[in-house]
Design a protein around this ligand. Sequence first.
Ligand SMILES: [Zn+2]
Length: 67
Amino acid sequence: MHGFSSSVLSCLERKRLEEDLSEARIRGRNLSRLRQLTRRERMALDEREQTAQAQLRDHDAEHGCQR
Ligand SMILES: [Zn+2]
């Protein structure tokens, strides 16, 4: 499929998902620096990061804007 190239540089949805992911990472890092996290908290943070990562992966697979 051609005609996708114009959307490569300006995929706002992907940019948003990337920001989500880095926000989740930064938040987890900051929290664990502030204090000892409980197992449950750590799991919730991991899950959030993994969800963001999966969304980004799904977006790439479905949208194809990285190709
Ligand atoms: Zn995209």
